[in-house]
Each structure stands twice: as structure tokens, then as C-alpha cells.
Design a protein around this ligand. Structure first.
Ligand code: MN
Length: 228
């Protein structure tokens, strides 16, 4: 096939212990999946109705690359999150199908232009400009699910310039990974290559140019980077 402009590159993530990379198709995110974070944002969790939004696939920042401070904001926030990568998909998956669809796990930042999100919330507008901007999704190397299995006691944490900002156990998640995949599959036909950001615990705060961040999903993935 020949195209009328240059073909866009396929965004991809490194995979631990493999030469091959994981191609990213879409990026789904769940909001308000830790009650303490929902509270700090002045919201409540509706456990019966999880809330989703998306980022473009090429929002991923990989291989520890510097993250450019984005345009159009003066309040860039970090949200550390476990990232789930899918190797299979489908509609209306059951729990065992959802579990079998998982390729692996990583850790990432759901970077947020909090000032633009506040305006969007006040006007009942969509969150795209707050969430789906360029370079808004730094993600670590993935670890295959065949090697690691996060559980309720696995911790997720974020340090900025060596100071702890966010720390939680995955057991604090309102919706489990399998529940998220099952619910997403009732809304979208999931596909291999899809990534899912699984929500952030409390402690979200601003990042500045020059900040160095260290995100960790205990025993599974680390992500080190810098805002420039
Ligand atoms: Mn988030």
C-alpha cells in the first residue's frame, strides 16, 4: 500500500528479556479507581459505574526518554498507575478470557493538565485536552504476565526528586484488573496492543521542569524520567 503522506510510526514499548517490542494500539484509562484519590479530587467512587477515558497511542513516552513540559498548562500533575498490556481482545469477555488476554504489566504516569481538567469539569466538557495531550503517557518496560503476577499486596509508588509522593497497595483498587478488562470489553471490542492505565492512588501533585521521577510497581517494573 502506498499512502499520500508518510506513514505514521507504530508506537511501541520495550519488553523485559525480549528483543521484540510491544506495539501500542490504543490507550484506555480508568478514573477514580482508588477511593482516597477520588476523595482528594472532591469526587466519590461509583463502584457500579467505572469511568473511562482515552489517550492516543502516540502519547506514550518510552525507553526513559525526557518528557517535555507540555504546552497550554501551568499545572502539570503526576498520576502513577499500573499499566496492563493486552495480547488478545474481543467483546463481552468473561473473567477467564480477560485474564488470558493480558500480555504483561508495567508502570506509567497518566500526566494530567489539572488546570484544563478543572475547567472541563466545571463546564461538563470532555477531558481530552486535560488528558490526551502529546507525551502524556510515560510508560516503563513491560514484564510478561508469564513471569510476574501482581497481587493485592504489591505496592505502587512514585518519588519525585527523591521525595515520596504516592504510595499504595494494589488491593486498594476499587475495580480489579480483570474487572476493568471485562467492563471495557462491554464498551469496546478490545484488541491486541491495547494498553490500560488502571487508576492512581492519592497524592497527585504538580511537576516542574527539571523534576526527576521514579515510579515503581514492586518487583515488576520501574520507570525513571525527567521533565524538561
Ligand atoms: Mn489517572
Amino acid at each position: 500500500m502506498r499512502y499520500v503522506i508518510d506513514t505514521p510510526a507504530v508506537p511501541s514499548l520495550p519488553v523485559a528479556g525480549r528483543d521484540e517490542r510491544f506495539p501500542v494500539r490504543r490507550v484506555f484509562c480508568i478514573g477514580r479507581n482508588y477511593a482516597e484519590h477520588a476523595r482528594e479530587m472532591g469526587a466519590t467512587v461509583d463502584a457500579s459505574a467505572p469511568m473511562f477515558f482515552c489517550k492516543p497511542a502516540d502519547a506514550v513516552v518510552t525507553d526513559g526518554a525526557d518528557v517535555a513540559y507540555p504546552q497550554a498548562t501551568s499545572d502539570l500533575h503526576h498520576e502513577v498507575e499500573m499499566v496492563v498490556a493486552l495480547k488478545a481482545g474481543g467483546r463481552d469477555l468473561d473473567a477467564s478470557q480477560a485474564s488470558a488476554a493480558i500480555f504483561g504489566y508495567g508502570v506509567g504516569l497518566d500526566l494530567t493538565r489539572r488546570d484544563l481538567q478543572a475547567i472541563a469539569k466545571a463546564k461538563s466538557h470532555p477531558w481530552d485536552v486535560a488528558k490526551a495531550f502529546d507525551h502524556s503517557a510515560p510508560v516503563s518496560t513491560l514484564r510478561p504476565a508469564s513471569e510476574v503476577s501482581p497481587n493485592a499486596d504489591t505496592t505502587i509508588s512514585l518519588h519525585v526528586n527523591g521525595t515520596s509522593r504516592q504510595h499504595a497497595r494494589l488491593g486498594e483498587m476499587v475495580h480489579s484488573v480483570v474487572d476493568i478488562v471485562v467492563t471495557l470489553s462491554t464498551l469496546f471490542e478490545l484488541k491486541p496492543g491495547d494498553l490500560i492505565f488502571t487508576g492512581t492512588p492519592a497524592g497527585v501533585a504538580a511537576l516542574q521542569r527539571g523534576d526527576r521521577f521514579h515510579a515503581e510497581l514492586e518487583g515488576i517494573a520501574t520507570l525513571d524520567g525527567r521533565i524538561v
